[in-house]
Design a protein around this ligand. Structure first.
Ligand SMILES: O=C(O)CCC(=O)C(=O)O
Ligand SMILES: [Fe+2]
Length: 195
């Protein structure tokens, strides 16, 4: 009789991780100066492009990986994702396929409906997502970043400068902003399709 020896390492795939102060107020100020020179792009979604406005209403711009001034930001994000991944999931992560996304949701319906960050084609490489709150909770109403886990809606922390790290297959949304403006910084860490 022979036995197959497997590595039965456990993975907490239904759990997330967060950092209370991922960026300091001074670092956020620096980032805001950096992004001011970059133009906004039309946001695309991988769900139903016909419902663009209905599904997602936000302004986005990309902070390029190759821009030297952005390097410190990428380093911080990679460090956070590595810590989260080593603690919870143990996914094979190999790189960053998309640039850092700077996102703005305006009063009067700025939102992003329930979605996963993975999809077919190039989106199948996203494995871990990280979102960083760039706005003071007092500056806006609504605009909650939420997970749908089973039938529970989980509201994530709103504190300016905190970051939430989660598997890219989590269903998540940004509820409509009813007052003020909410901003976020999002990055996806990639690898071969999940393993
Ligand atoms: O704005 C956020 O915090 C999250 C945005 C998001 O889920 C996305 O761009 O995929
Ligand atoms: Fe997302």
């Amino acid at each position: 009789m022979s036995f197959i020896i497997e590595d039965f390492r456990q993975s907490s795939i239904d759990n997330w991780y967060w950092f209370q102060e991922a960026l300091s107020p001074e670092e956020i100020e620096l980032l805001e100066k950096l992004q001011a020179d970059i133009p906004f792009k039309q946001a695309v979604i991988n769900a139903n492009p016909h419902d663009l406005e209905e599904y997602r209403k936000s302004e986005i711009k990309w902070l390029p990986q190759h821009m030297d001034e952005c390097r410190w930001l990428y380093e911080k994000f990679v460090k956070m994702v590595t810590e989260a991944n080593n603690s919870l999931w143990h996914f094979e992560l190999t790189g960053i396929f998309d640039d850092l996304q700077y996102t703005v949701y305006h009063e009067g319906g700025g939102h992003y409906d329930w979605h996963m960050d993975i999809g077919s084609g190039i989106f199948s490489r996203r494995k871990v997502s990280i979102t960083l709150q760039l706005s003071d909770p007092d500056e806006y109403e609504g605009g909650d970043f939420e997970f749908l886990l089973g039938k529970d809606i989980i509201k994530l922390p709103r504190k300016k400068g905190c970051a939430i790290v989660f598997p890219s297959f989590f269903l998540h949304r940004v509820s409509p902003v009813t007052k003020g403006v909410r901003k976020s910084l999002v990055l996806w860490i990639s690898g071969q399709p999940y393993r």
